[in-house]
Each structure stands twice: as C-alpha cells, then as structure tokens.
Design a protein around this ligand. Structure first.
Ligand SMILES: Cc1cc2nc3c(=O)[nH]c(=O)nc-3n(C[C@H](O)[C@H](O)[C@H](O)COP(=O)(O)OP(=O)(O)OC[C@H]3O[C@@H](n4cnc5c(N)ncnc54)[C@H](O)[C@@H]3O)c2cc1C
Length: 411
C-alpha cells in the first residue's frame, strides 16, 4: 500500500470502532439468544464508514493496513465477537479481492465498498471445508460467462451483503467436472458478483437457506447459500483459486486471530469485574473463614494474572506478526512454511482464548454456567476458534512435513 493511513486518521477510525463496539455489546445478547443475525448492526456498520477501512486511498478508502484493520477488528470483537466475526468476513474478502482484481474490477467493486456495500465469501462446502476443492460448478454459457450450481454451507454475513465472492470449478459445456486432479485444481476459479436477495432470501439463481444452528457464534448468521444457475458475466472472473488466491491469503488467518484477541480482552474484563467484587461470606472449603473476598484467594489472584499474561502475549504475537507480514519478513521462510507460520498467531490465540473462557468459568463459579451469563456465551463462542483456517492440527502437519522432508517439498 503506497498511501497509508496517518496516525491521526487511524485514531479517528478507532474512535468510530469504539462507538460501534459499544453498540455491538448492547445488542449482542439479544441476537445470541434469538440465534439470528444482528440486523441492526448493518446500518450501524455502514454509518461508521469502517467498511472502507482497508480499501487503499487511491480507490477512495481509508488506507488502513493489516495492523490497523486487526486493531479495529479486535476492538469491535471486544464488544461482541459473533457480530464482529460477520463483518470480519467483509474485511477478509476486501483484502483478498483487492490484491487479485484487475484495475477495472478494483475501481468498480472497491468503489462500491467505499459507497457502503458489504462483501461476503462462502467458500467452504459440506464435504471438506476450506481445503476441499470446489464441487460447485461454473458451467460456461454460450453467450459468455458462467452459471454457478452448488451449495456453500458456511455463508457468514450473507444477510447483510450486497456482493458475493466465491469459488467454483469450471466445467465443460455439459457441466462435467474435470476428472484429472491437476486439471480440476487449475479449473477451480474465484468469482465476484452482485448478491441481491429479497426479504425471504430469494434471488436470481441464488438463495439463502436458513440452516444456521450451532453451539456458538449465533449472530454471525452463517447460513447455507444455494447457487442454482446464478449467472456470472466474464468480468466477474477474478483469477484461478488455488494458484491465484491461495498464494495471497495467508494473512487472512490474522483477521480471525484479531477476533479472538478481542474476545480474550472481553474475558479478562468480565472476569475482573466479577472477581474483584465477589464476596463469599462465611465458608468452609479450601479456605475456612468467616468472610472471604475472592479477590484475596490465591488461585484467583494467580488466575487473573495468568489471563492478563496470555492476553498480553497474544497481543504481541498478533501485532508483531501483522507488522512482519506487512514488511515482508515472511519472505525469509520457505514458501511451504509461510501459510502455517503466519497462521501460528491464530492457532496460539485460539488455544489461549479457549483456555481463558474455560478458566473464567471455573473462577467465577456456577453462576457463569447459567443461560444469559456472559461467560457461558464466551465459552461457546470461543470454541469456533478451532475451525477457521488454518486449524492447529493442519498447521503442525504442514510444518512437520516440511521439516522432515525439505528436499521433496522443494521439488
Ligand atoms: C462460525 C464460523 C463461520 C464460518 N464462516 C465461513 C465463511 O463465511 N466462509 C467459509 O468459506 N467458511 C466459513 N467457515 C468454515 C471454516 O472456515 C471451515 O472451512 C469449516 O469449519 C470446515 O473445515 P474444517 O477443516 O473445520 O472441517 P473439515 O474440512 O470437514 O475437516 C475435517 C478434518 O479433516 C482435517 N482436514 C481437512 N482438510 C485437510 C487437509 N487438506 N489435509 C489434512 N487434514 C485435513 C481437518 O483438520 C479436520 O480434522 C466458518 C466456520 C465457523 C465455525
């Protein structure tokens, strides 16, 4: 990015993020309970202008870099992680598309983002999540362009979006997927198009099926998107998916890390608020006394110190990784290790946030387990951190394979 945000400009954007975060905090519990997308967040997000945060200034955006965006996302997530995870998809898709689109495409689509349009990115299918080659077909049309047929089961932010980005495999004219694996990889393509659906989620060749029902992250509204003859004109083709987009999206895991860093901050904040005040009265247990303030109990003092240390370490790992990626330090790593090494910030934070949400409940005690308590929600929501790419198991596989057989992988 050539013309980056100044510190003053960032402060202005961050102040808006603080205001929006407060609004997300207020409305979050209702949408968690109702298990629906947080619809009032749409107007508030658009009004904040933060949708254009990471769009370069030359296209009318605010020119925020990776670290600026990460800090804003963490702040929003401190208010409500589920609502923010939705808008995080917008940031991820703006980031991925803007590094791959042609100049004409950038002017058009980034211009729309600057005007307030929201983007989402349903890629994962039922069979094998994000790493599965797209079963969704892009069937070439005689007049040019493609019609998409298939189903994406993870459509976060669909109920707020005006623009869809997705991947599908280009078939022959009869709609047959390439049989050869390499050919199939090369035919998998990245598309962008309008996403217009009515109040029942029905559009022209595309529809939302309301299937979202999960342990946590309720307000993301991660519905199923069915493409059934959705037309993409030729100028909606961005590039090949695996060789094109996959080469530039390693940083996206840092945006997921930002969500869970914000959640760590919230867990610490809520735990301090309860544990600094809670009094047990007369007890007969590990401590035997006529009146016990939990803030004086050894394992609580140690526990809060541990939480604060985990938050602080996570913050440093994430922000330092953002800076190193922006400055190109990752060029020093073998190509196979860039994805998992950058992803370590996310897997580290995921492990810490899950540890903290569990530990908060054990320290606060049984009241944290009851419906409506912020802690039970943070516990459920934090579990989502296991799944967004790269997951910890796959990261270790990538790293281990490379370190055990470097020559083969270099080939
Ligand atoms: C709240 C939430 C919102 C989401 N929103 C979106 C969204 O907007 N868009 C989107 O596209 N996706 C979204 N996802 C999907 C997510 O990114 C994953 O793709 C999804 O969880 C399925 O992938 P998985 O690897 O977890 O499961 P699977 O792919 O089913 O994996 C099953 C097992 O196989 C392993 N495995 C999978 N592939 C490989 C491989 N190639 N090599 C070795 N091991 C492998 C996994 O590690 C796991 O152990 C969302 C997920 C959550 C939880």
């Amino acid at each position: 990015m050539t013309d980056k945000m100044t510190e003053d400009e960032f402060e202005g954007a961050f102040a808006k993020a603080q205001e929006l975060s407060q609004f997300f905090r207020e409305i979050g519990p209702k949408y968690d309970e109702e298990n629906t997308f947080a619809f009032p967040s749409i107007a508030a997000f658009k009004k904040s202008g933060l949708g254009a945060l990471s769009v370069p200034k030359e296209y009318g955006g605010l020119g925020g870099d990776l670290l600026d965006t990460s800090r804003v996302v963490s702040e929003l997530s401190r208010g409500d992680s589920a609502i923010t995870l939705s808008y995080n998809m917008h940031y991820i898709m703006v980031g991925i598309t803007m590094s791959l689109m042609s100049e004409t495409q950038k002017k058009h689509w980034l211009g729309r983002v600057v005007d307030g349009d929201i983007m989402f990115g349903p890629f994962s299918e039922q069979r094998a999540g994000f790493s599965g080659l797209a079963d969704m077909k892009a069937v070439p049309q005689p007049e040019g362009g493609w019609k998409l047929y298939g189903k994406k089961v993870w459509g976060t932010l669909c109920e707020a979006s005006d623009i869809v980005t997705t991947n599908a495999t280009i078939t022959d004219a009869e709609g047959n997927l390439p049989e050869d694996f390499e050919e199939r990889v090369n035919a998998e393509s990245f598309f962008i198009g309008d996403f217009k659906v009515d109040e029942n989620g029905q559009g022209d060749g595309v529809r939302i099926e309301k299937t979202w029902n999960a342990l946590g992250m309720h307000a993301t509204g991660t519905q199923t998107i069915v493409f059934d003859g959705y037309y993409v004109p030729e100028d909606g083709f961005i590039c090949e998916w695996r060789s094109g987009a996959f080469g530039v999206l390693e940083w996206a895991s840092l945006m997921f890390a930002s969500i869970y860093l914000g959640m760590q901050a919230r867990i610490l904040e809520e735990s301090r608020a309860v544990l600094s005040k809670k009094t047990l009265g007369a007890v007969f247990g590990a401590v035997v006394a006529s009146d016990v303030k939990v803030s004086g109990v050894g394992h609580i003092i140690d526990g809060i110190g541990d939480m604060a240390s985990r938050y602080e370490l996570s913050r440093r790992v994430l922000y330092r990784t953002c800076t190193e990626v922006s400055e190109g330090y990752d060029d020093n790593w073998p190509i196979e290790l860039r994805f998992p090494y950058i992803g370590l910030a996310k897997t580290f934070i995921a492990e810490n946030v899950m540890h903290m949400s569990k530990h908060a409940m054990s320290m606060v005690g049984g009241s944290s387990f009851k419906k409506g308590a912020i802690f039970e929600r943070l516990y459920r929501d934090s579990a989502a951190s296991m799944f967004q790419p790269l997951n910890a198991d796959q990261s270790r596989t990538y790293i281990g394979e490379n370190l055990l057989a470097p020559e083969e992988l270099d080939d």
